[in-house]
Design a protein around this ligand. Structure first.
Ligand code: GAP
Length: 510
């Protein structure tokens, strides 16, 4: 996979109405996107798959929908005012701003590329007899590059862990990292930059209050912890889930919808008895991986990665990484957050946030395991796995999105082979019946081959075709998007077929 694939996916999304850059007519600000007709359907389906799996499939998890603008002390208590920072550096010639750690990571990636190039060269030279492991450990150039890479990675990790801005700057100068725009090494010092957007509440200049657009949805859950526990009569362990917008003033905002300034999170805080958090951390790690695997996106696309640098609130944390076009990157985070948030909200608000445990006959502040996934990032993962440019046996080509039928934005198409002789009447009737069950399309324009291609590009899993034989015996063909095979079934079976194949609920409970 490659950056080239990301470009193709981005272009496909625009052409077929999945995702558009925002405010494009004004050359809108970067890293902000609008979802088009098929994009918002796909996004809704992913959201629903998450919501039903987390909330409806667990008796002890409930949902909330909390405000984006919260009292500013929330963010002092959560640590975001003081610690939600990125280390920034400016190039004095190009005036471009970068994340210092990202510049170093790109440099590390270049070292990786050099190593891989050496290995590939040797593979070609030695052919069949090539022993990759031996080569990697004995070739002096590869060994030296690997040693350099490892030492640098270690130094970066430690500098980030210790918020050591001077070392970050030192790495950039010692490694002679240049600005990709100006090509120079004329760098400023490294500074911390807070990622929260702020705004003003109040109509008079003398009584304004500075508020932040929430950088995570989690705090809306924490501050409502007792409201929800009491009103829904929940006993520990229990969870509160939320899907909603979050905002971050990201500096490195590239790579399409991977890193956005406004995005959606699907988060769940699971409140547990102190001392049981390690058990629940492992439990949610495997539950969440199972959720991803049920979508069958493909082998080798997911992996766990433990965090080198723990966030300011975490006791243990890992990511579920996905193989995006630009490599393995974070898709979801699972964090053991201790009682950090509730304890700090208790201190800052002066309100008691303890839970009375009737089984232990004691009160305590619960510990929290969090699962947090970006909806937009999941959207990109689903697209990455689905996108395929395929050469067909007849020499033609097609671009197909192989979505899981439960996630596909359009579930079926009904196509009269030709819109005449009554085929269009039968097809229209079938469409009217099926659209009560799931979103679909009726299409009679252009040749049948072109119509199939259009549906392939949208990821429609099933196309029902009404032909001459349909008028005689009431059968239709189902065309399967991925195999392109066709099967004849009675038209009367189509509703049941659709209901069985595209149900999100079935996927959740499978
Ligand atoms: N409440 C914990 C939290 O917010 P995070 O690792 O900062 O943790 C969780 O974010 C998830 O949100 C990430 O795994 C990612 O999927 C998504 N996410 C974070 N920043 C994002 C951004 N700028 N654009 C898109 N998705 C983002």
């Amino acid at each position: 996979m490659s950056e080239d694939l990301l470009k193709k996916i981005t272009a496909h999304c625009k052409e077929y109405g999945f995702v558009f850059p925002t405010t494009e007519i004004y050359d809108g600000p970067g890293a902000l996107y609008d979802y088009g007709p098929y994009g918002c359907e796909l996004k809704n389906n992913i959201r629903q798959y998450w919501w039903e799996s987390i909330v409806h499939a667990h008796e002890n998890i409930v949902g909330v929908d909390t405000a984006i603008l919260m009292h500013p002390t929330t963010w002092k208590a959560s640590g975001h005012v003081d610690a939600f920072n990125d280390p920034l550096i400016d190039n004095k010639d190009s005036k471009k701003r970068y994340r210092a750690d990202a510049l170093i990571e790109e440099h590390l990636a270049r070292l990786d590329e050099k190593i891989e190039k050496e290995v590939e060269k040797a593979r070609k030279r030695f052919g069949e007899q090539f022993n990759e492991e031996l080569f990697r450990s004995t070739n002096p150039r590869v060994a030296e590059l690997s040693r350099r890479r490892q030492a640098l990675h270690q130094r970066l990790t430690e500098a980030l862990r210790n918020n050591d801005l001077e070392t970050l700057r030192a790495i950039i100068t010692e490694e002679e990292i240049v600005c990709p725009v100006s090509g120079t090494k004329n760098w400023t010092e490294v500074r911390q930059f807070n990622l929260m957007f702020s705004t003003q509440l109040g109509s008079h200049s003398d009584d304004t209050l500075t508020l932040y657009l929430r950088p995570e949805t989690a705090q809306g859950i924490f501050v409502n912890f007792l409201n929800v526990q009491k009103s829904a009569r929940l006993k520990v362990p229990f969870g509160i889930a939320q899907v909603g917008k979050a905002f971050r003033n990201e500096i490195v905002a590239r790579q399409f919808i991977f890193r956005m300034r406004e995005f959606e999170q699907m988060e769940m805080q699971f409140f547990v008895r102190p001392g049981t958090e390690d058990h629940w951390y492992e439990f949610w790690k495997s539950e969440r991986m199972r959720w991803h695997e049920k979508l069958n996106l493909g082998p080798g696309l997911h992996r766990f990665r433990d965090h080198d640098k723990l966030a300011h609130y975490a006791r243990a944390a890992c990511d579920i990484e996905f193989r995006f076009p630009m490599g393995f990157k974070e898709l979801e985070g699972i964090h053991s957050r201790t009682d950090y948030d509730l304890r700090n909200h208790q201190e800052h608000s002066g309100r008691k946030l303890t839970y009375y445990d009737p089984d232990l006959n004691e009160s305590y502040i619960p510990y929290v395991i969090e699962t947090s996934i970006g909806l937009d990032r999941m959207f990109l993962a689903v697209l990455t796995a689905a996108y395929l440019e395929e050469k067909l046996p007849d020499g033609s080509e097609r671009t197909v999105l192989r979505f899981h039928p439960a996630l596909a934005p359009v579930k079926f198409a009904v196509l009269p082979l030709v819109p005449k002789d009554g085929m269009e009447v039968m097809a229209r009737k079938l469409f009217e019946d099926l659209r009560k069950l799931a979103p679909g399309q009726y299409d009679e324009k252009d040749s049948i081959g072109r119509r199939y291609r259009r549906q392939d590009a949208l990821g429609t899993p099933f196309a029902f075709t009404v032909d001459g034989q349909s008028l005689v015996d009431g059968t239709i063909t189902v065309r399967f998007r991925d195999s392109m095979e066709q099967e004849r079934i009675p038209a009367s079976q189509a509703p049941r077929f659709i209901e069985e194949q595209v149900s999100i609920r079935r996927l959740v409970w499978s």
